[in-house]
Design a binder for this molecule. Sequence first.
Ligand SMILES: N[C@@H](CCC(=O)N[C@@H](CS)C(=O)NCC(=O)O)C(=O)O
Length: 278
Amino acid sequence: MILVVLKNQVSHISLFLDFDTKQTCFYITDFFYLNFKLGNCVDSVAVVQHKLVHSLKGGKMPPILYYLPPSPPCRCILLLGKMLDINFDLKVLNIMEGEHMKPDFVSMNPQHCIPTIKDETLILWESRAILSYLVAMYGKDDALYPADIKTRALVDSRVQFDLGTLYARFSDYFMPTIFMGAPLEESKKSKLNEALYWLECMLKGKTWLAAEHFTIADLTCGVTVSQIEAFEFDLRNYPKTRDWLQRFKDELEPYGYQEINQSGADVLAEMFKAKLLK
Ligand SMILES: N[C@@H](CCC(=O)N[C@@H](CS)C(=O)NCC(=O)O)C(=O)O
């Protein structure tokens, strides 16, 4: 067994690499979370370890995900990443501080929105397109985005319903208050209720939105409805939606639901409440 010790100059961190097994077999550090510099990016010890092992194995680097934790479309990607065991190279982009308008990011994504991923030469934004790409590229099977033409058509229909109707109406109703302190508008509330009624109809006699099992349609719509619930919007008229939302939470519990989705939903809910009280 050959061991190579990589030492960091500024601390006592060392990585021991076993060239026979191509595994990092041991590392010592004074401070586990201490960051140090590798090339041009600041990475944690765990990330550096992952990158070194990955490059020794000759595998591709994991996709880079530009994101902000509370953003609902970013939460979808993080949850799917956990389901597919994708070890994203995470780059927080604080849109509240204008980081998404910096030239480096805008030259990559002129629409300057998150989530955005970079997977080797592919740069992709629009969360729902990212979801289907990641399942196709990293899924062990097609369950989350079924290849069967008619099932896929239903998944696409629900995913596009979320983009163009459910999330759009949710955003139209709540976001002006959250970001500009504008008063809530009754006409926009009715539009959101109409979309929720349509979702309720889609769930009639069904466990999941588009297939016999959980798909990316449930993921994207579920994140939207969980945010609506966190804003304490009245969901009493939608019993099938509430039952499905509970199944959605249970399904994602092993993949960090609380930490990834609920905590982000709560952060936005706090921002919303703070604006309502003003
Ligand atoms: N349809 C897009 C929406 C993305 C989006 O609106 N992202 C927000 C954060 S939640 C953003 O990046 N806002 C900054 C900007 O668009 O300039 C998706 O689902 O990815």
